[in-house]
Design a protein around this ligand. Structure first.
Ligand SMILES: *Cc1c(COP(=O)(O)O)cnc(C)c1O
Length: 377
């Protein structure tokens, strides 16, 4: 395993064409999306910070509606952020200042664990397997949890594991009964299928627990890294978090808010179906080109990412990653997603799907070629 973190590897891969490393949205625009880009000079000249708060509230309401979430401004305070990681940094400061330990979902993107650790927040793993193995598994974990806060990512990056309504309701009830704080990172919620969507915001508001929900658009819309993440903060945490937030940010650009609201408006027209189908098509392209005897898809199809298990004997994720990098295809290997037990990710790779089909096609051809070269294809 190399010393560099996953984001540093993603930065290294930025110059390359076959870059399937970061999960950010990087693909060509549709005609309708391009019309928004073409109009953006007008949004820029029209943006007026005096209307900022109203525009942010409108954006938050519509973004949440796209994910079938209640907009409850009397309960949740919405605070805009430059990046979801900055939102995590703010939460980490809160947890440190309050002296709270955290049960953090495992696996997850390494920067969440890294940020929390940098604040010396004691971490306890919350294995995502308890979310899919039935109520008894979850109860078993909850009985052993000693941490003061629970930090979930749903759908989870990299596996796409979803905290379903039953599990989420149980965890919220646990937090209420035990006086624990809940952090939910919902950055990939747009990729959930209709039958998996339920109302996080209503459940959280009704429970009255202390909580922060982190939302993001950077893994959804290709807006040249302009994005409109935000934190939704429950009433008792708002004063402290809003003060801290103001140390980082006076006001997110009203241009960015307007631009992303336009992307949301477009997605409203088909309920986000195009966004999900694009990823599904790329997934199928890949699976049709790369034999499952080499790399098997091991995710729930709920992300703009694929989590692949190296099924071939005698190979692991890091070895395959290196062989692919030598052939100019850039992906991430799995160990660092398992921040507590890296060996659990040893056989995995993470590959971005939010790319143009030609990029996926080219990369898949190289990957299939590698398999043939290794003599087993
Ligand atoms: C990418 C990601 C983040 C960080 O997002 P940035 O806006 O790139 O900082 C946070 N949480 C999850 C689950 C992510 O996948």
């Amino acid at each position: 395993m190399s010393e560099r973190n996953l984001t540093q590897e993603e930065v290294d891969a930025l110059p390359f064409e076959n870059n399937l490393s970061d999960g950010h949205a990087f693909r060509s625009w549709t005609d309708a999306e391009f019309a928004i880009i073409a109009d953006s000079a007008r949004f820029f000249s029209e943006s007026d910070r005096r209307g900022g708060r109203l525009a942010e509230a409108e954006y938050i309401r519509r973004y949440l509606a796209l994910g079938a979430q209640s907009y409850i401004p009397e309960h949740f305070t919405g605070l805009m952020s430059y990046s979801a990681s900055m939102a995590v940094e703010i939460v980490a400061n809160l947890l440190r200042l309050r002296g709270l330990s955290v049960a953090l979902i495992e696996p997850c993107f390494d920067n969440i664990a890294d940020i929390l650790r940098r604040h010396r927040i004691p971490l306890q793993p919350f294995p995502e397997t308890v979310l899919t193995e039935g109520a008894a598994a979850l109860e078993g974990l909850l009985e052993t949890l000693t941490a003061d806060a629970v930090f979930l990512v749903s759908p989870n990056n990299p596996t796409g594991t979803v905290t379903d309504e039953q599990a989420f309701t149980r965890i919220v009830e646990y937090c209420r009964a035990e006086g624990k704080l809940l952090v939910l990172d919902g950055c990939f919620r747009v990729y959930l299928s209709d039958e998996q969507v339920y109302d996080h915001y209503r459940i959280l508001a009704d429970s009255g627990i202390d909580c922060v929900v982190i939302e993001d658009t950077g893994k959804v819309w290709p807006a040249a890294e302009l994005k409109a993440p935000f934190l939704s903060v429950s009433p008792r945490l708002t004063g402290e978090i809003a003060a801290m937030h103001s140390d980082f940010l006076l006001h997110l650009s009203p241009f960015t808010v307007r631009l992303i609201t336009e992307f949301v408006r477009l997605a409203e027209e088909d309920g986000g179906r195009y966004l999900r189908e694009l990823v599904a098509r790329n997934r199928t392209l890949f699976q049709n080109a790369v034999p499952g005897s080499f790399l098997r898809t091991d995710d729930t199809r709920k992300l703009g990412l694929a989590w692949l298990e190296v099924t071939a004997d005698g190979l692991d994720g890091e070895r395959v990653r290196r062989l692919l990098a030598e052939r100019d295809v850039h992906v991430l290997s799995g160990e660092r997603f398992y921040w507590n037990s890296p060996h659990l990710g040893r056989r995995h790779l993470r590959m971005a799907l939010l790319r143009d089909p030609e990029v996926i096609d080219r990369a898949a051809a190289v990957i299939a070629g590698l398999w043939a070269e290794l003599g087993d294809g």
